[in-house]
Design a protein around this ligand. Structure first.
Ligand code: HEC
Length: 163
């Protein structure tokens, strides 16, 4: 009887531990990447998103795919895994034309990857730097954006079908 009570106690303690770590996990998710979404720069990026991007992409990034406005959620970071994708994300017209300075634009791109598609960010991904974004910004994709996008999506889907 005593033994049973002891077993029960140990089990109970173990359950408590599991619950505690599940709680910690939830907290990380809620605050986002160890609190990144609570930082001033992340809040600024969100603000920039609302002012410059949500008109087409919606606040939640889901866009209007039926109107050619891509859904970024669970998708956008896939571009990082194919050649030319990193550059593409920094050269689409919506990005290059935004009325935010280079540093804020860089943060906005880094923010949107984490915000809308954290799961597809490749393990070896290095966040965008202001230097590269300001360079690519000078070479916006205009009429060729749709074509570039199609060819990258083909690469993405090839990659997935190879798995
Ligand atoms: C006038 C509508 C419009 C605005 C405003 C806009 N975008 Fe876009 N965005 C598009 C369209 C359309 C595409 C698809 C590529 C293309 O044809 O330009 C796109 C593509 C993208 C992509 C690549 C994802 C993909 O699936 O191709 C990203 C990332 C992106 N936009 C981010 C932004 C950000 C950040 C802003 C604000 C600074 C912004 N966009 C503002 C219309 C817009």
């Amino acid at each position: 009887m005593k033994f049973a009570a002891l077993t029960f106690l140990v089990l109970f303690a173990a359950l408590g531990l599991v619950a505690a770590s599940a709680h910690a996990q939830e907290t990380i998710q809620a605050t986002g990447n160890g609190g990144y979404f609570q930082t001033d720069k992340a809040k600024q990026a969100r603000q920039d998103w609302i002012l410059n991007c949500q008109g087409c992409h919606k606040v939640d990034g889901t866009g209007r795919p039926d109107k050619g406005l891509p859904d970024l959620t669970g998708e956008v970071s896939k571009f990082l895994a194919v050649e030319g994708g990193r550059e593409y994300l920094s050269r689409v017209p919506g990005i290059t034309n935004a009325s935010v300075n280079d540093a804020d634009l860089t943060e906005l791109i880094n923010w949107l990857l984490l915000r809308f598609d954290p799961d597809n960010i490749p393990a070896d991904h290095v966040p965008y730097t202001t230097e590269e974004v300001s360079q690519w910004r000078k070479h916006p994709l205009s009429i060729d954006a749709a074509k570039t996008r199609e060819s990258l999506l083909a690469k993405i889907s090839n990659k997935h079908s190879q798995k």
